[in-house]
Design a binder for this molecule. Structure first.
Ligand code: AMP
Length: 448
């Protein structure tokens, strides 16, 4: 059978031009979120989807939206209500750009126009694009509100509203802007709500803006984390960059993302890597749009091996084949850890995530383990870079839930079917097979 006949997107009742476009992207099998969401969107129902970045969620809404827009286009004359028919709100400009590109790529055989609106650049080009007329607007909340307040954008004919990465909007402090945008769009509409996690405020928002939504859940936080081989190196804060340089000697680290807590730290780490001849670039909110684009292009072409990013900047970065994610600093919001490690192991690939944990960050690491309900392997830090946390059970609580501190993840959850059993109390969490003496310390982490 030809690949075209085998394409299972056709089974989702997607029209030929869209099936062809996804084929051109190299997709043949819909991902689970696509399988579930596409029929719901096509049937014009509201959708509440718990799905991470990396699951194919963009196509899950973009493909059926393109189809709905096509179906409603009358054969003669313009659509009944000219103007913007779809609004997608997303937290970062990178994500907005990528979603815009996805609409363009998936709709290459359709005459549906999209434009992207975000801050940090002049508004004129964006306003001009709106004036020329568009069907789909993909926007970040701040700039969109600006344009709405200036009455430069109207949503009278809006049919579909997509809220993407709702939990991230909350983390980034955009939730009030999101609410304000929603008050400025028609109440009668189809709403598609995507969030990786459902903290109470997001759950409340979803209940307020959705009408009888169909709920789907494709990648509970824990299961995303399961796809990634994870490890911790205990290390003093001041030795983290040296440890990174050591680990980057492994040629199997082909394309990596390094996360730091601050922009300054991202710059410092990138400079330190460059100083020892490792191709690196920093990406964060203080960088100009062109510097960010240059950094992204560098990592995509392979000219840059290491991208050093803050959480916010990394959000929405869509780079295939990230071999390793390094947490130079441990995030204090456990969900951020899941978002970070989700940058590797995309589209079903395995990936490796390594966290550098200073004694001050151990409580963050524990919160993360509790969220993902996994014990993360602790590796032996290379000679000269270690700290006192090397002594088993001095720095880390006994695994299994007894003793000091909070219960171990598995103890609390009662164990998850298919999950790894927690170590017994007192058991050493060090993995002897992962000693750094092995030249491939970073790649020797195999899928558990
Ligand atoms: P997203 O979750 O939308 O950020 O998508 C993650 C990545 O998966 C992107 O690089 C997409 O191009 C890719 N992708 C989306 N759908 C499919 C599919 N059905 N088959 C293969 N790759 C896909």
């Amino acid at each position: 059978m030809s690949p075209t006949k085998m394409n299972q997107f056709r089974d989702l009742n997607l029209i030929e031009p869209i099936v062809k476009a996804v084929e051109a992207e190299g997709y043949t099998l819909p991902t689970p979120v696509q399988k579930q969401a596409i029929p719901i969107v096509l049937s014009r129902q509201d959708l509440l989807a718990c799905a991470q970045t990396g699951t194919g969620k963009t196509a899950a809404f973009a493909l059926p939206i393109l189809q709905l827009l096509t179906e409603k286009r009358t054969p003669v004359g313009p659509p009944a209500v000219p103007g913007i028919r779809v609004l997608v709100l997303t937290p970062t400009r990178e994500l907005a750009t990528q979603i815009g590109e996805s609409f363009t790529n998936y709709g290459r055989e359709l005459r549906i126009r999209n434009t992207v609106i975000f801050g940090g650049v002049g508004q004129n080009a964006q306003v001009n694009a709106l004036r020329r007329g568009v069907d789909i607007v993909v926007a970040t909340p701040g700039r969109l509100l600006d344009l709405m307040n200036q009455r430069l954008i109207r949503f009278n004919g809006l049919e579909i509203f997509v809220l993407d990465e709702a939990d991230r909007m909350l983390d980034m402090g955009f939730i009030h802007d999101v609410r304000r945008v929603i008050t400025g769009i028609p109440k009668q509409r189809q709403t598609l709500f995507f969030s990786a996690t459902m903290p109470p405020e997001i759950s409340k928002l979803s209940a307020q803006i959705l009408t009888k939504p169909v709920r789907i859940e494709v990648t509970p936080v824990a299961s995303t984390a399961e796809k990634v081989s994870q490890a911790i190196y205990p290390v003093d804060a001041g030795k983290k960059t040296s440890l990174l340089v050591e680990l980057l000697k492994d040629p199997k680290v082909t394309r990596s993302l390094v996360f730091t807590r601050t922009k300054r730290e991202a710059n410092r780490v990138a400079e330190a890597l460059l100083a020892v001849g490792i191709g690196a670039a920093a990406i964060h909110g203080n960088k100009s749009q062109s510097a960010r684009e240059k950094a992204l292009a560098g990592i995509k072409t392979g000219a840059t091996r290491v991208l050093v990013a803050t959480d916010i900047a990394a959000r929405g970065i869509d780079i295939d084949d990230i071999s390793h994610v390094f947490n130079h600093d441990i995030p204090n919001i456990p969900e951020s850890y899941v978002h970070r490690i989700g940058r590797t192991a995309r589209a079903g690939n395995a990936g490796i995530a390594i966290s550098f944990c200073s004694p001050q960050e151990r409580s963050f690491m524990r919160d993360i383990e509790r969220l993902i309900r996994q014990e993360i392997t602790v590796l032996k830090t290379p000679e000269g870079l270690s700290n006192e946390a090397h002594k088993p059970r001095q720095g880390w609580r006994p695994v299994g839930g007894s003793g000091r501190g909070r219960p171990a993840p598995n103890a609390r959850s009662g164990g998850r079917p298919g999950g790894r059993a927690a170590n017994r109390p007192g058991e050493n969490r060090y993995s002897s097979s992962n000693s750094f003496a092995n030249s491939s310390a970073t790649s020797s982490l195999i899928r558990r």
